[in-house]
Design a binder for this molecule. Sequence first.
Ligand SMILES: *Cc1c(COP(=O)(O)O)cnc(C)c1O
Length: 437
Amino acid sequence: MENQNLLYDNLKVCDNGELIFAGVSTTALAKEFKTPLYVLDEELIRNRCKEYVNAVNQAFDGNASVLYASKALSFKKIYSIIQEEGLGIDVVSQGEIYTAKIAGFNMQNAYFHSNNKTDEDIEFALDNGVGFFVVDNEEELVAINEISNSRGVTTNVLLRITPGIDPHTYEEVATGKVDSKFGSAIETGQAEEIVKMAISLQNINLEGLHCHVGSQVFDGEVYKMASEVMLNFIALIKNKYNYTIKKLDLGGGFGVKYVSGDGDLDIQKSVSEVATFVKNKVLSLGIKMPHICFEPGRSIVADAGITLYTVGTVKRITGYKNYVSVDGGMTDNPRYALYKSKYTILPAYNMNKECDMLCSVVGRCCESGDILQEDVYMPSTIKRGDIIACLTTGAYNYAMSSNYNRLTKPAIVMIKDKKAEVVVERQSLEHLTMLDK
Ligand SMILES: *Cc1c(COP(=O)(O)O)cnc(C)c1O
């Protein structure tokens, strides 16, 4: 029988039981590059990019773009891959702007998000040629206008609008509701106010509207609901202010499979459903078809990544629980501690062993919440030195990693044509203390 836990096509099991990722033995990778180790499948990332680009181009007749939400996973090489595949990017900080820029990314295709851009951020983004600002609020809009004015430039802006939709995902990652720290709500009239202001400001070119309704969405339904609200609003702007909104950015949030019970995302199907809906709606409203953007982050990189760990201790507390401790934890993956996120953890060293021991896989930090996953089945013979793999860690793992307990961040290796290349070095102790006086 097919192992249900081999969530993705790039996972295989060797005759001797070793887990193979993107054609390479995980235990060999652990041996060569040490653990904890992030491993990425370059081909999968590229294929996912192609899938999105083809889907939106086909569905929207070429009048659409895909922007990679680089907060999901940001380091130099990812930006070159994204550029080669023809996507734009979302950036949310000077750090992401800088990384993309020095990687050679064409910053005209960058969209600068965040709900609180400082004056320094705005200056930095303009210095580096960022193409579009996605503006969250009025103070920010005024600041961008003033700074642009002092430079004698006009800045392209999309306004972040809160459509008032709850996509039934986790509270922590639901961002489309009226009561959110992000954007201006249509319901409260604030959205119309900020639109009016943007139209009136001399050094602002109001190019489009943006919304983002959440994460882990598996079909087109939520995007249809969002585009309905947004297109009605675009029509209102046209009718009341005679202003044409040229771009509609529907955000990111497409889901990925963390455990075998999770849904399967059909990108092409979802995008084409949204396109049909949008086209009909545009027709019935009698407005001009806007250029549509999607901003997938997680679904481009999550399943292209796994994390390898070495088991340190196996603690059996009779009558209570079993603990398998690994040499990483909340420092390289804080998502269980933050959201109780589900993950699939596999005995990469030998997948043929029966997983007969219920346990919690925990990290090495001085924090009882430092758990990678509870209720995991592992072989009862698992012992110190064995390699295990946590799947679907390409998004929001390295990106959210920390140096808590003065632990160094793992390296990232990327696999292409069965060859592993270090794309981010493991932090050294020198790196850790570099800023200390
Ligand atoms: C986080 C975020 C995304 C990406 O979300 P994913 O769930 O990773 O696809 C896109 N747009 C905005 C504005 C975001 O905040």
